[in-house]
Each structure stands twice: as structure tokens, then as C-alpha cells.
Design a protein around this ligand. Structure first.
Ligand code: ADP
Length: 397
């Protein structure tokens, strides 16, 4: 079966058409600047040149129509007609406590995703626009929602409750949800496969280190803790997000800088993390590496603080799981960045971790980087959220 996977943002729409039998990507692309001047669609079929089409996309309906045209185009397309698409998978950011796995989309599911928009105001409404546009353009094709939060719903209460009045949880559902769930699920499963073992017998820590970053503790196949919280702002230092801070900083900075709550939240989301710490140098680790090598102290601080925070989370999850078999690095930085992986692994000596420095330098492929005598297996496991979504759809339908 051919499955179209859609990841819809407020002004962008990423897609992949995947053949579920071979798990090959047949085509992928990105519609950008939807609803903004200068919109364009980039469409690529593996092995062929990218095609870029500059065309006005006043809304997501038009974007989906252009995606369908690209997929069925006689020159650049890969299918003859829409009927070849057996299902559409939509990445949805927040599933709250309601959704613990992928679901077939109907009117009730749409209502429930909409009701959860208060918890993810930037993401869920955009995800719904994509669902609506696909339903209009592909009536009759089954649509499935796959949630970023679902994999983390197995966390025990002690891991998801905050030390706040319990009534906030009861009244407003304030609790840890966690994100990047599709990636943590995919990577922990694949890490176990790489060891030739069953995930149900292993204690695994997944470090998803992209622009957004999170760590999860996966014990015997189930997530028992993760670093992101009610929103993706908690936990690790990220590209531009602060991660954990003392909550009292918010009122302190508000007074000192004369900023409103909304303005401070924007600073915490967009101007903090390694970007803020490096003196607004860059949120990209390649730039920070280069600057640190050239002697820039702020870039060095940012990288050291970043690695230290990841290592601290790993340490706490070893205790949470009462042991550890595998540490897996994934996403842009985890898959590609030697200095970050090295900076983190240097802290893991006390766990009996030894790594092969030459292997640690290799980029972007499934690889065990720890030595055979290491007490914990350390791996690089490239994530593939689209394939993970396609697999979940096959399981469901
Ligand atoms: P997201 O999906 O959260 O936007 P990614 O998973 O694409 O982010 O990760 C982006 C990060 O990965 C960037 O900060 C970048 O520095 C890092 N990265 C990507 N490729 C490389 C590379 N070749 N070397 C070092 N870092 C890299």
C-alpha cells in the first residue's frame, strides 16, 4: 500500500509518499510560505533532480492540491491517480491524555484534537488545517492521526506529576506529556534490533538531539520518563529553547527587563538555549563548533552547558530505570555532531562506558560506537519519523 505522511505547520506542509511493502520513500517534498507571499513547492523523487514550483498558495487547500498534482504529474509524479494512496497519516503534536496510540480520524477525533489546542496553540490548529485540507481533497481515503505525545502516555504518575497543587492537574490537566514520541519509539525499537534483542528485555535511554531536543527512558519497551513537559519548553537546553530554569526567573526578569509574560515566554522559546547563551551567535551546532574552535568563549560555554545537561538527564534516568543497557543518539545533532556526542560520552566514564573515538566521528548511519567491553552499549540510530508513522498506520488498518 502507498501511504502519504503529512506534517503540517501553520505556514508549511511536509510530505512523504511511502510504499509500505518495501518501506521505500517514493517521493517527498515541502510546501513553504503557505498564506504568505512567495510560496513554493519543492518536490523530489529519490534518484531524480528536485523540482521547485513557485506558485501562490493562499491556504492549505491549495497546498494539498499542488502536492497531489506533483505526485500524479506525468513527468515528475510517481502515481497515476489518487486512488493509489491507501491512507494518509497526519503528525499531530498534542494528544493529551486522550490519545495513547494512532487513531483513524473521524469528526469526533477532530473535535478532540481541537479541544486539546489549548495545550499546543501553535501546533494542533495547524495540524487540523492539514487534516481538513486532505479530507476535502481526498474524500474516501482513510486518514490517521499519529501523536507526538502518545508514546509517553505509559509514564507513571510519579514521573508525570509536577509539584504543584493537585487541583491544577485535575482542573487543567497540567502534567508532563513529553514530545518527539514517534522518534523515541522508533529509535528505541531499532536500537534493540541492532543488538539482536527484544526491546521488552532492555533499559534504553534515547537522546533525540535536534533543534528541539529531548531524552526519554524506555524500560522494557515502555516510556517511563521524558524530559519535555506540558510543552516542549522543558528539559534539555535546545537550539533556541531554554529547557529547565528556576520558575522564579520569570517574575524576576519581568521586573528587571519590563517584559510581559508573553514576551518572556517568547524569549524562553526563541532567544534562549544555545542561541541565547552564545550571545545570539547561532542556534546551529555547526556554527557553534566552528566558533568554539576559533576560541569564542560564549560558544564554548553554550556547548559545555548543553552537553552537561544531557549527561545529567542520562544519569537521572539510569537511576529512574535502576540500570541501563543502551544509550542511543538520534536527530540532527545526535546523528551528525561528533563534538556533542563526545562531550556527553566523556561524562559517562562512571557508568563504565567506553567508546571508540573513530566510530564516534562517523555520521548519520546505524552504528554501535561503544567498545565491546563497554558496560553500556552506545549507538547512533538515525530517526525516521515518517516511516514510523507509516508503520503505525499499517498496524492500525
Ligand atoms: P529539527 O528537526 O528539530 O528542526 P534537526 O533534527 O534537523 O532539527 O537538527 C538540527 C540540528 O542538527 C542543527 O542544530 C545542526 O547543527 C545539527 N546538525 C545537522 N547536520 C549536522 C552536521 N553535519 N554536523 C553537525 N551538526 C549537524
Amino acid at each position: 500500500m502507498k501511504i502519504l505522511v503529512i506534517n503540517c505547520g501553520s505556514s508549511s506542509l511536509k510530505y512523504q509518499l511511502i510504499d509500505s511493502d518495501s518501506e521505500a520513500v517514493l517521493a517527498k517534498g515541502l510546501a513553504e510560505r503557505i498564506g504568505i507571499d512567495g510560496s513554493s513547492l519543492t518536490h523530489q523523487v529519490p534518484g531524480r533532480d528536485k523540482v521547485e514550483k513557485k506558485e501562490s498558495m493562499p491556504d492549505h487547500n491549495v497546498a494539498v492540491r499542488l502536492v497531489i498534482e506533483a505526485l500524479t504529474d506525468h513527468e515528475h509524479g510517481v502515481i497515476d491517480s489518487l486512488s493509489e494512496i491507501g491512507a494518509v497519516g497526519h503528525r499531530v503534536v498534542h494528544g493529551g491524555e486522550k490519545f495513547t496510540s494512532a487513531v483513524l480520524i473521524d469528526d469526533k477525533v477532530i473535535e478532540d484534537i481541537d479541544a486539546l489546542s489549548a495545550l499546543a496553540p501553535l501546533h494542533n490548529p495547524a495540524n487540523l488545517i492539514g487534516i481538513d485540507a486532505c479530507r476535502k481533497n481526498m474524500p474516501g481515503t482513510p486518514m490517521v492521526a499519529v501523536f507526538d505525545t502518545a508514546f509517553h502516555q505509559s509514564m507513571p504518575k510519579k514521573a508525570y506529576l509536577y509539584g504543584l497543587p493537585y487541583e491544577y492537574y485535575e482542573k487543567h490537566k497540567v502534567r508532563r506529556y513529553g514530545f518527539h514520541g514517534t522518534s523515541h519509539d522508533f529509535v528505541s525499537r531499532h536500537a534493540a534490533e541492532m543488538m539482536g534483542k527484544d526491546r521488552k528485555d532492555l533499559k534504553i535511554i534515547v537522546c533525540h538531539l535536534g533543534n528541539g531536543a529531548s531524552v526519554s527512558a524506555v524500560k522494557y519497551g515502555k516510556c517511563v520518563d521524558t524530559s519535555m513537559g506540558l510543552t516542549p519548553l522543558e528539559g534539555l537546553l535546545m537550539g533556541t529553547r531554554s529547557g529547565d530554569i528556576d520558575p522564579a526567573i520569570i517574575s524576576y526578569i519581568s521586573e528587571k527587563e519590563g517584559l510581559s509574560l508573553q514576551e518572556i515566554e517568547a524569549v524562553l522559546n526563541k532567544k534562549s538555549g544555545v542561541f541565547g547563551l552564545s550571545g545570539y551567535l547561532s542556534s546551529d551546532f555547526r556554527d557553534l563548533d566552528q566558533a568554539a574552535q576559533a576560541g569564542n568563549e560564549l560558544a564554548k560555554n553554550a556547548l559545555e552547558t548543553y552537553c552537561y545537561r544531557v549527561a545529567k538527564y542520562i544519569g537521572s534516568y539510569v537511576v529512574a530505570m535502576q540500570g541501563i543497557d543502551i544509550i542511543a543518539f538520534t536527530a540532527g545533532c545526535g546523528e551528525n555532531n561528533y563534538s556533542v556526542r563526545k562531550g556527553i560520552c566523556d561524562y559517562l566514564d562512571c557508568l563504565g562506558v567506553t567508546v571508540d573515538d573513530e566510530k564516534l566521528k562517523i555520521r548519520g548511519e546505524d552504528l554501535i560506537v561503544s567498545n565491546p567491553d563497554s558496560k553500556v552499549t552506545v549507538m547512533i540510530v538515525p530517526t525516521n519519523e515518517e516511516l514510523a508513522i507509516a508503520r503505525q498506520i499499517m498496524e492500525l488498518i
